[in-house]
Write a protein that binds this ligand. Structure first.
Ligand code: ZN
Length: 247
């Protein structure tokens, strides 16, 4: 099965549409979403409706999904993220708010080789930014491949039995990784809707479970359009500016 992996869409419908155009239906069988469908961006309802239209295999919740539907109060957010969460809560239709409320927490096993989580397999809200945290996550992972999101930074960690190392993909359009039998992997595909590794292009991945090949990709999208929506919605302007910087 070939899986299209989407993470951290963050209500950015322009980025999501560009990803779907770059990943035509013939290239994947099912979709996985690693959380944070909403928050920051101006089109939470449109993004949820597009995700539902994909009939995804699995969707797990992110911290912004929890805050937007009221499961958490966003008290651990900075003031910009909190004001975006409040705006999102009010903008969501009751049906979409209820949909977010029902999303399961990660980690979630997809099959006997793959699991997904938002932050880390030991804590859905934990940020994995370095090798020590990645090692903890690899210890906790129940499958040879664990996909995570939350940091918005595409990265591949590999455990070869002796050591763990981060193979950080450069800002290239495509990174293809052939998973070696016997090794374990922890991979962040990057963020669709708010990339933070200095590259403003939307990020996503495709995993071919039969071939054991994971492809991380970037695609340009109309950033100005997403910014225009954020300004028009009255969301904090910095949320628009950061999209152009990929920060
Ligand atoms: Zn996020």
């Amino acid at each position: 099965m070939r899986l299209l992996i989407l993470s951290d869409i963050h209500a950015n419908v322009d980025a999501m549409d560009a990803v779907m155009a770059a990943a035509p239906r013939a290239g994947w069988d099912r979709v996985l979403v690693l959380g944070d469908l909403v928050g920051y961006g101006a089109e939470p309802n449109a993004v949820i409706e597009r995700v539902l239209a994909l009939d995804p295999l699995s969707v797990i919740r992110g911290n912004h999904d929890k805050a937007a539907c009221g499961l958490t109060d966003g008290s651990d957010f900075n003031h910009i993220a909190r004001s975006a969460a409040l705006w999102t809560h009010d903008a969501l239709t009751p049906e979409n708010r209820a949909y977010l409320e029902r999303l399961p927490a990660g980690p979630l096993s997809i099959d006997d080789t793959l699991e997904i989580c938002h932050g880390a397999p030991f804590d859905e809200d934990h940020y994995i930014f370095d090798v020590p945290d990645a090692s903890r996550a690899l210890d906790a992972a129940s499958r040879r491949l664990c996909l995570f999101g939350h940091t918005h930074v595409p990265v591949v960690y590999q455990r070869d039995g002796k050591s763990d190392m981060g193979l950080v993909p450069a800002d290239v359009e495509e990174v293809q990784l052939e998973l070696e039998p016997g090794l374990r992997y922890l991979v962040n595909p990057g963020s669709v809707g708010q990339p933070r590794n200095g590259d403003p292009r939307a990020a996503f991945a495709i995993y071919d479970g039969d071939l054991g090949v994971l492809t991380l990709r970037r695609v340009e999208y109309p950033v100005e359009e997403a910014q225009r929506r954020i300004f028009a919605a009255g969301l904090p302007a910095s949320l628009a500016h950061r999209l152009a910087l990929g920060r």
